[in-house]
Design a protein around this ligand. Structure first.
Ligand code: GDP
Length: 288
């Protein structure tokens, strides 16, 4: 029987998918894309296009639209995107500053992208993975309860700024409204918001607060599904289909294509870098 809330006809696929077992970890080091390109095709797909890899487990007659081609860069573009994230003498990638209020935020004129998500969703790990080609960058985490949560600004060469927003959770709504909503509403150079959802548990109540905020502010945002290495393919596919259906039917501002990632296997990290390079105007791929 198909899981409740899913498209009809998906049931048969689950029988296959649940039998597939856990996702293998073909790759666990932050290699540069030049090395990734040497991998056999199946491993490359798994690592670079995790959504495409999942799609092949769907039955052809019950394939829902995963919007795989909305953002469909060439491997050359993905290779070029890595360059923006690679620290060199001429491309300095560094923590810039932190702020507790928007009026304390640095006046950086470059395009900006921000990452928001529930505490523990895997935000720091994802940002570390994105910056794995700049190992000197320190992604700060303040996890202690009661500790002031801040927005952390990272300069990526002269190309863009990446902002790590405080995680939200049980007690966070007030902080979140004061700090995050004001930032999202008023930051002039904010190009896109990346909203992280834990792929193991799917969209939770606290995630809905952030989704509603993005929708009410009519912001363009993107859903990134974290920790995809943790589930079996069957479970992951079930979550992806549910979230995709939600995005298709309940959202206006969310980019139609989901971005599944793992900070452990680095699946999806290269594609996400490429998308960010596009969003910030540094690359040009169709569909963005
Ligand atoms: P944050 O609170 O959103 O910054 O979350 P963290 O990045 O600190 O991650 C929370 C927990 O999830 C930590 O124990 C991480 O090791 C774990 N985690 C984060 N990302 C991944 C992932 O991609 N795969 C797995 N297996 N664990 C992850």
């Amino acid at each position: 029987m198909a899981a409740p809330g899913l498209l009809p006809g998906i049931g048969r696929f689950f029988e296959v998918a649940t039998a597939l077992g856990r996702v293998s970890r073909p790759y666990s080091k932050p290699h540069a894309f030049t090395e990734v390109r040497q991998l056999p095709k199946s491993q490359l797909t798994k690592l670079v296009f995790p959504l495409q890899d999942l799609e092949r487990y769907l039955l052809p007659d019950s394939k829902p639209d995963l919007h795989l081609k909305t953002f469909d860069p060439r491997l050359e573009d993905i290779a070029r995107a890595d360059w923006f994230f690679t620290a060199t003498e001429r491309n300095r990638i560094e923590y810039h500053s932190s702020a507790v209020r928007l009026d304390h935020a640095p006046a950086l004129a470059r395009p900006e992208v921000c990452f928001i998500g529930r505490s523990n969703v895997g935000k720091s790990s994802l940002i570390k993975a994105l910056f794995s080609l700049a190992p000197e960058v320190e992604v700060r985490v303040s996890k202690k309860p009661g500790h002031t949560k801040k927005m952390n600004f990272f300069k990526v060469g002269k190309y863009f700024t990446l902002v790590d927003m405080p995680g939200y959770g049980y007690r966070a709504p007030e902080d979140f409204v004061d700090m995050v909503e004001t930032y999202l509403k008023e930051r002039k150079n904010l190009m896109r918001t990346f909203l992280l959802v834990d792929s193991v548990v799917g969209i939770q109540k606290a995630d809905n607060i952030a989704i509603e905020m993005c929708e009410e502010l009519a912001l363009p945002y993107v859903m990134v599904l974290t920790k995809i290495d943790k589930s079996s393919k069957g479970h992951l596919l079930k979550q992806v289909l549910q979230i995709q259906k939600f995005v298709d039917t309940k959202t206006q501002g969310c980019f139609p294509q989901l971005f599944p990632v793992s900070a452990v296997t680095y699946s999806g990290i290269h594609l996400l870098r490429c998308f960010i390079a596009n969003i910030t105007g540094n690359l040009k791929t169709d569909g963005v």
